[in-house]
Design a protein around this ligand. Structure first.
Ligand code: M6R
Length: 559
């Protein structure tokens, strides 16, 4: 994870820091900047988010970093940039797997990254040293190396890196979103490529030193950095973005647009849905709706799948779900099946590694998602799956659209429920697709409010975890499936008889009268929105920042 920026041009330090702010979704436990001043490299670092560091400098060269710790605890010493002499300052995103073999002496930090600075000092100056260093490194790395001469060098292998240049200014970044307002064109680095930049522009080379000619790409509208607008957090704003995103999906996902994928699904022996975290929950939802449409399918957690013994046939269809399209485990899972069977991605980032590595890429169309907790992307993923399933069924999509009034009501209800919720533990129950919502709700609550929320299928109560239910235990039940209302009611009663405090989120409120708090919702998707709103309100009540929760990052680009 980690975000890296390099800037060549006027006010390089403040410009680099400004762009770094847009990359904080990649990690935000410490921050640092390296720049050249009076012919010397200066490095400033701080623990915390970008705003913790205030540096004034007229420098026209800077590299900056926002960290998500992998090697070494969060402290200024481990923050980037790292140096190992006077000639280089480096920022790194990724993991250097062979760092202990490469170390040329004692390191100051506990990071795997410092070895890059050591190697560069050892090899000397210029492109030759950078290439020699790149050839030694193993693992995933996007590196920017600031040389005392003022040149910035870049190295890329498996971690994302982009560059844009205009009128003598150059910007390197982990995400093209940093080019908004700078230029409409940029270059993507491929694996095993490096570059050298100064005020005359950028030159690209392979790791074996051959010059590479690259074609610029155009910055698409989807890369435009979004703002919070009238909302106090991105998570709140992004939940309210769902109705507009749903309209985009409806306009795009017309039968002709999905015909290839639908035909692939029809003709596959089995469809496997693969993802991590929330994206995995979308996979579970996909299984619910596709099984209903008569498709044989399975969902896998990508990190487990990649090391499992399951083997696809050439008629298996593998669908990878990922908001970012950058998740290392999902990409690892894709590597396992690439070339064996047809692969499809459902991703929100059209320029991501996942999008370019699959046979067919479906857009999630959620628009930029900044909050670490994924809300609108999940809503869009399940909306897309619902549409695909309906085309397979030759039926109308089942899922209803959200609207602003409906969301206002859901937030009022979430506030009401959260008001009396003050425990550090929560049981979240549901069956079938409602169990998927329970899983998603529990994950969101854990992520943003640090409450130990755990989801279970309601029917599993009596097979074990009912032992944990006692006087005052908080239980949240999702019940929107008419076939299972009665079964959910049994579960609610079983918990209530043991003193639990019940909240039921349901499309059939009358049935649950008397068991506890009842939240009436008008559709399945409203119950999902309630899960998001509930988690957000829990975070707010506890004064936590839901957009940047502790220990997390939005793009999980390490294994
Ligand atoms: O970008 P991806 O969808 O591949 O990310 C997968 C998970 O890391 C992600 O969904 C994570 O669980 C979210 N923080 C959940 O809110």
């Amino acid at each position: 994870m980690c975000g890296i920026v390099g800037f060549i041009g006027k006010n390089a330090v403040s410009n680099a820091m400004e762009k770094l702010r847009l990359l904080q979704y990649r990690g935000y436990d410490s921050v640092g900047v390296g720049f050249v001043e009076d012919g010397e490299i200066r490095i400033e670092k701080a623990v915390g988010k970008v705003d913790e560091l205030s540096v004034k400098s007229e420098s026209v060269r800077a590299v900056a970093h926002t960290r998500w710790a992998t090697h070494g605890k969060v402290c200024t010493r481990n923050a980037h940039p790292h140096a190992s002499g006077e000639n280089w300052a480096i920022v790194h995103n990724g993991i250097i797997e062979n760092y202990s073999e490469l170390a040329t002496g004692k390191t100051v930090s506990d990071t795997d990254s410092e070895v890059i600075a050591q190697l560069l000092e050892k090899y000397g100056n210029g492109l030759g040293s950078v290439i020699a260093c790149a050839q030694k490194l193993e693992g995933a790395f996007a590196v920017l190396a600031l040389e005392k001469s003022g040149k910035i060098y870049a190295i890329k292998q498996k971690s994302p890196l982009f560059v844009s240049e205009k009128n003598g200014e150059v910007v390197f970044a982990s995400d093209p979103v940093c080019f908004c307002g700078f230029s409409d064109t940029y270059y993507s680095f491929c694996d095993k490529e490096c570059a050298v930049a100064d005020e005359n522009g950028v030159e690209f080379y392979s790791f074996s030193g051959e010059r590479i000619a690259k074609t610029p790409q155009t910055l698409a509208v989807e890369y435009r950095a979004s703002e919070k607008g009238d909302f106090d957090t991105f998570m709140h704003k992004e939940i309210y973005d769902i109705p507009l995103a749903q309209s985009r999906i409806e306009q795009t996902y017309l039968p002709a647009f999905v015909s290839e994928v639908v035909s692939d699904i029809r003709h596959a022996d089995e469809v496997w849905f693969i993802g991590c975290g929330t994206a995995y929950h979308a996979c579970l939802f996909a299984v619910c709706v596709f099984e209903k449409a008569g498709v044989r399918c399975r969902a896998f957690i990508a990190s487990e799948f990649r090391y499992s013994d399951v083997v696809p046939t050439k008629n298996t269809l593998c669908v990878f779900v990922s908001q970012s399209g950058e998740t290392a485990d999902t990409l690892g899972a894709l590597e396992k099946v690439a070339g064996v069977c047809k692969t499809v991605a459902l991703t929100n980032v059209g320029y991501s590694a996942l999008a370019s590595a699959v046979n067919v890429c479906l857009p999630t169309l959620a628009g930029e998602e900044r909050a670490v907790a994924s809300t609108k992307a999940y809503a869009c993923q399940i909306f897309v799956f619902d549409i695909l399933a309906s085309v397979l069924n030759n039926a109308e999509p089942v899922m209803q659209k959200l609207d602003k009034n409906g969301l206002d009501y859901i937030f009022e209800e979430a506030k009401r429920v959260v008001k009396s919720f003050d425990k550090n533990e929560l049981f979240v129950l549901g069956r079938k697709a409602d169990y998927v919502t329970a899983l998603e709700c529990a994950l969101k609550v854990k992520e943003v409010s640090y409450v130990n929320a755990n989801a279970y299928p309601t029917g599993e109560l009596k097979h074990g975890f009912i032992a944990l239910i006692e006087e005052g235990t908080e239980v949240l039940i999702f019940a929107t499936d008419p076939i299972l209302y009665k079964k959910s009611l049994h579960g609610a009663r079983e918990c209530k008889s043991r003193g639990a405090k019940i909240t039921v989120v349901t499309t059939e409120p009358e049935m649950f009268e008397g068991v506890g708090n009842v939240v009436k919702v008008s559709s399945y998707l409203c119950s999902v929105a309630f899960a998001f709103a509930f988690a957000l309100e829990c975070a707010k009540k506890r004064n936590f920042d839901p957009d940047m929760p502790r220990n997390l990052a939005k793009s999980v680009t390490v294994e």
